[in-house]
Design a protein around this ligand. Structure first.
Ligand code: ADP
Length: 551
């Protein structure tokens, strides 16, 4: 071969992307190009002179040897595909084209194998396939997630689908209204027995939002993956209450549920012993699915809330019409009675108490109507942000006295004795509104007080004034204690107790408009205590001319 050709061949062999190996008749490596070094991790010096077999996995060796023998027997060219075991133990699939060079006697002198490494191609194909499966799963999950609007069904569907797509157990928990706890809302496992076990386990291991992995996921807003969940990790990272819950779990991921940059819960996926550890692909899929699940769950929750609000409004309308009709009917009857006896003669013959009684009824019912209507008006004012306050110096004791006058009749009717203890407490407040607050609380205490004594206490406390109204009546279930301050919310049936469920809503808004607080403590059957605190000077912004600090 002329020198130039030899050099040219040398350059081509070294720079071509293909693997080029030259073997002698005994399959010992004579040449080993850069592509081979790159693919196997073996340097030229490490392989030259060694029989080629050491690169072939044992189970493929017989086939490769047979192919080589054929080449040596001058049956060439041929092709074959086999694996190479690289220096670090990985396998690469190579497609070979083989040929041979003969010596002057016509015997095979060397075998030249040119190979294409298929591993990259296979890897790329696999990645594409995985990507396609993932997109399919995402599209399908989005459809399934969005198909139901009911909150509970949506949660169950999400948990089941995640378990099917990423395996095995799925658990969804959401942050409690006070942000302190995580409440389990869906548990799924394909094995019903395990699902039941997990459900029981999770009840016994309440989770705080500011602890452990949960805190990391909620605050970091990123998916957490523990591919190998060993006992060491469990015992090191989790509280003992969780150990039974995680029994048999060997891999774990936790993804935040985030909607409009607000994390409202998280999803945990747990793979049981026997399953492969979660990979970064699983993590990416969970990331995407958790994002979609969060939208679906939030939509379902909002829809549920909207439905509940509509139902509450409908119920309110029916209660309101009933409440308004009762005094109207009584008023109409009183007027009819008067009309019946309205001639001068008849009037003169009537006993004075009769006229007095009918007029008192008409008056009372008129006041009741006025109260109901002004309650409605207050609500709409508050709703539109137009609750205006007239600040002046007020003595809380005076407001209490006024309220006592307002509930006198009801208290006499129910038999509740009202005991007042207090010391003077002054502040810059809206006189009428503060007296409205006390009246409402007292009226409720009498109404729900089961005829037992009602205690009112008030006085100064640091730079604030406090008022406590305690009754010993029916009390309020803990689950209702938050709602009763909302519009239209009532904890009792309208059949047993009249009322629109607006009083406490208005009271709370008035107190808050003064910069104060209101809270309730109650035990069903034992009574309730409502506590109000008002700052002596409201810190809320008030109009210049109304600002007591400037007058
Ligand atoms: P209303 O009394 O007109 O229903 P409120 O807004 O004043 O409306 O009260 C809301 C609900 O709170 C009531 O329906 C009742 O269930 C509960 N509630 C309020 N005060 C008391 C109390 N002192 N004892 C027991 N329950 C009460």
């Amino acid at each position: 071969m002329p020198v130039e050709d030899h050099d040219l061949a040398q350059i081509v062999i070294e720079t071509v992307g293909a693997l080029v190996v030259v073997l002698d008749r005994e399959a010992r490596i004579q040449r080993w190009n850069a592509a081979c070094e790159h693919a196997t991790g073996y340097e030229r010096d490490e392989v030259l002179g060694r029989p080629f077999w050491f690169l072939v996995p044992p189970e493929e060796r017989a086939g490769v040897e047979a192919g080589f023998s054929r080449l040596v027997a001058r049956d060439f060219p041929n092709r074959n595909t086999n694996h190479w075991v690289t220096k670090d133990g990985a396998r690469r699939l190579v497609a070979w084209s083989n040929t041979a060079l003969l010596d002057e006697r016509g015997e095979v002198r060397v075998v030249i194998a040119t190979g294409l490494d298929l591993s990259e191609q296979i890897r790329a194909e696999e990645a594409l396939r995985r990507q396609a499966t993932r997109l399919e799963a995402l599209a399908e999950a989005s459809r399934v997630f969005a198909s139901g609007l009911d909150y509970k069904t949506t949660l169950d569907t999400v948990a089941r689908r995640l378990s099917e797509l990423i395996g095995d157990g799925a658990l969804i928990r959401v942050v409690s209204p006070d942000s302190a706890w995580l409440v389990p809302v869906a548990v799924y496992h394909p094995d019903p027995e395990r699902a039941a076990l997990r459900r029981r386990g999770i009840q016994q291991a309440p989770q705080r939002t500011n602890e452990g992995m949960t805190a990391r996921v909620l605050q970091g807003r990123r998916t957490l993956r523990i591919p190998h969940l060993t006992l060491d990790v469990v015992h090191g990272e989790m509280k003992p209450e969780y150990w039974p819950y995680l029994e048999g779990v060997t891999s774990l991921m936790m993804a935040p549920l985030e909607h409009r940059r607000h994390v409202f819960g998280h999803i945990t996926l747990m793979r049981d012993a026997g399953g492969a550890p979660y990979t970064s692909d699983d993590e990416a899929l969970l990331d995407d699915l958790a994002h979609r699940a969060a939208q679906a769950i939030e939509n379902a929750r909002l829809y549920g809330e909207a439905q509940a609000a509509v139902a509450a409004r409908d119920e309110f309308l029916s209660i309101a019409s009933h409440e308004l009709r009762t005094p109207l009917t009584a008023l109409r009857l009183a007027l009819e009675n008067m009309r019946r006896v309205a001639s001068r003669d008849a009037l003169e013959r009537l006993p004075a108490q009769y006229v007095e009684r009918v007029l008192a009824t008409a008056e009372r019912q008129g006041q009741r109507l006025e109260k109901l209507v002004s309650g409605l008006l207050d609500v709409s004012r508050i709703h539109m942000g137009r609750l205006e306050l007239d600040f002046e110096e007020v003595e809380l004791g005076e407001a209490v006295q006024e309220a006592l006058g307002a509930v006198e009749d009801e208290a006499a009717q129910s038999g509740s004795e009202i005991r007042v203890t207090g010391s003077p407490a002054r502040g810059f407040w809206d006189r009428l509104r503060v007296s409205q607050v006390v009246t409402n609380l007292l009226a409720n205490a009498v109404k729900y007080g089961a005829g037992k004594a009602v205690e009112v206490e008030f006085g100064p406390r640091a730079d604030r004034a406090f008022l406590a109204v305690r009754d010993h009546g029916i009390g309020i279930d803990p689950s209702d204690q938050r709602q009763i301050f909302e519009r239209f919310e009532r904890a009792v049936s309208s059949r047993n107790y009249g009322g629109l469920g607006l009083g406490l809503y208005i009271v709370k808004r008035i107190v808050e408009a003064h910069g104060g607080t209101i809270a309730v403590e109650s035990k069903p059957g034992e009574g309730s205590t409502f506590r109000v605190e008002l700052p002596q000077r409201p810190s809320v912004s008030v109009d210049r001319e109304q600002d007591p600090a400037r007058t």
